[in-house]
Design a protein around this ligand. Structure first.
Ligand code: KIV
Length: 294
């Protein structure tokens, strides 16, 4: 049965109906296609690609052009899931007009249907400007990886009463500015539960416990492909990294032992033409023949 394109309305409806929202990141055509066939609600082209695809040590290095390059690839592979482009560091916090233009590029050039921005109350005027330009926005509070130097690392947030209250109020302000959902990253589950019950838009948790309206993971993390570090919340749902290593070992063995490619995986020339070619190779000066082509 053909699946229906997921819309923002569908995502909002799920919260009302108490249905969990299943989301994941993707960064390229082939992965996005598999994700889409798995009936996932929302695909985030996360700036986590800075680390898992491009090998940078954090998410601060990835640029607008790189994000767009990957967003375009994802959107070519997706027919059903809602696609959200993640706005990279420096693309939306310096100048509001630039922020709206950059957000618009995700929609116009990248094929995304919404963008995600990191930040609380301080980013609300920019979110409103994007929404005024008909660009749909997802919020992101808690551990916002673009601020790791402020936090002092990839550390759990909202651990003090003051910090927790601030996040609860940030969520209120994000909702008031018009976001259609809010990512809650690396905060205590009880805090995520309070935030989830005090906003009307869906919360999407990553390291925020089971009471969020939906969950998100970085696909390379949950499949065991990116293993540079493992936060407490991360569960491996596959060991694809190991499967790739085993497949590469088999490939190497077969090539070294002349087992691959075999006849089944080779193209074949008809015998008569082959005889003709062999005869020609034996009888002409190949260098001379080749020179005549120049
Ligand atoms: O960049 C990303 O992948 C994210 C998710 C982890 C929420 O922001």
């Amino acid at each position: 049965m053909a699946l229906q394109k997921v819309t923002i309305k569908d995502i909002l409806e799920k919260k009302k109906k108490g249905e969990k929202i299943v989301t994941i990141t993707s960064y390229d055509y082939s992965f996005a296609k598999i994700v889409d066939q798995s009936n996932i609600d929302l695909i985030l082209v996360g700036d986590s690609l800075s680390m898992v695809m491009l090998g940078y040590k954090n998410t601060l290095s990835v640029t607008m052009d790189e994000m767009l390059h990957h967003t375009k690839a994802v959107s070519r592979g997706v027919s059903n899931a809602l696609i959200v482009g993640d706005m990279p560091f420096l693309s939306y916090k310096i100048d509001q007009t630039d922020a709206v233009k950059n957000a618009g590029r995700f929609i116009q050039e990248g094929g995304a249907e919404a963008v995600k921005v990191e930040g609380g109350t301080e980013i609300c005027p920019t979110i409103k400007a994007m929404i005024n330009a008909d660009i749909q926005v997802m919020g992101h509070i808690g551990l916002t990886p673009q601020a790791i130097y402020k936090f002092g690392g990839f550390l759990v947030q909202g651990k003090t009463t003051e910090a927790a209250k601030k996040l609860i109020l940030d969520a209120q302000n994000l909702e008031q500015s018009g976001v259609f959902s809010i990512v809650l990253e690396s905060i205590p589950w009880q805090l995520a539960k309070i935030i989830t019950s005090t906003v009307n838009v869906p919360t999407i948790g990553i390291g925020a416990g089971k009471y969020c309206d939906g969950q998100i993971l970085v696909i390379h993390d949950m499949l065991g492909i990116f293993t540079d570090f493992k936060p407490k919340f991360l569960k491996y749902f596959g060991n694809i990294g190991e499967s790739i290593r085993l497949a590469l070992n088999d490939y190497k063995e077969e090539v070294l032992n002349g087992l691959y490619p075999d006849q089944e995986h080779s193209y074949e020339f008809p015998q008569q033409e082959l005889n003709e070619i062999n005869e020609w190779v034996e009888n002409v000066d190949l260098r001379e023949e080749a020179r005549r082509l120049i």
